[in-house]
Design a protein around this ligand. Sequence first.
Ligand SMILES: Nc1ncnc2c1ncn2[C@@H]1O[C@H](COP(=O)(O)OP(=O)(O)OP(=O)(O)O)[C@@H](O)[C@H]1O
Ligand SMILES: [Mg+2]
Length: 308
Amino acid sequence: MSSQAETQDPTSGVGSAPVTDGTRTPTERRVDVVGRPVPDFPVPAPLDTHGPGRIIAMCNQKGGVGKTTTTINLGATLAEYGRRVLLVDFDPQGAASVGLGVNPHELDRTVYNLLMERGADIHEVLVGTDIEGLDLLPANIDLSAAEVQLVGEVARESVLSRVLRPVVDDYDVILVDCQPSLGLLTVNALTAAHGVLIPLECEFFALRGVALLVETIEKVRDRLNPRLEVDGILATMFDSRTLHSREVVARVHEAFGDTLFHTVIGRTVKFPDASVAAEPITVYAPSHPGAQAYRQLARELIARGDAA
Ligand SMILES: Nc1ncnc2c1ncn2[C@@H]1O[C@H](COP(=O)(O)OP(=O)(O)OP(=O)(O)O)[C@@H](O)[C@H]1O
Ligand SMILES: [Mg+2]
């Protein structure tokens, strides 16, 4: 990534107007990158009680669109706001685990064991992270076998739902980081979920494949999980210097209306840098606009009623 990408005006979702609270005068009207007025997303009130958790699947079969980055950083910012958060790594690559400083390849037991072994105890597989309020259900390459092994199971689509049931009441939000496919593991995530969050990279082919994703979500809703809804589409890797990025977001807005979050995540090397450091950006660079953007996303999600 070029250093130029780092020096751009790093947007956290709001066109040319200031982004962070407190930096604008009362007369300035904030608009997002498609020109919609941005409501104030208040800092959420602390919670007195916790759970039951709302399960959100981070889903897009296209690779490298920011699913894992969003899972980690939305999880970390929700935890900053006092939410109890569980991240479920549901990708055999284990990127969410690695990104939180856990080496999943050294672990004997992961989400794979919970899927395949009846009676395995989820409490023995959960790990804490350095972020207060944020726990992880790790995954490693073992999970790649599950896709094939689950095929012969009874109710093979609802195995993750069963795995999560004992801990749902302990968390306010459970984020499932899906792998880039629409296979059985992703269908399990959609069957367990209340909502789907779709990250879309702001580049030319972003919308390609989204129709298939939406079709899959609708099938799962019809056949397996009537409560499933699309919580929102998140534009990621937005480059405010290019007309192109704006055009992509405008097309997404045309196609999906207000399903598109106001919050947009800017493109910045701080995200890969934070992954290398195995930290959320909120720890690696707490005041960076990228961290602010994920804080705003957490507040927007809570304001929409899609997280406690
Ligand atoms: N806003 C951003 N700006 C710049 N780079 C980013 C941004 N978000 C994510 N990245 C980088 O892009 C790469 C892909 O991101 P990420 O791993 O989150 O995508 P993914 O959808 O989970 O990928 P996969 O489909 O392989 O699981 C990573 O190197 C990540 O650090
Ligand atoms: Mg990923």
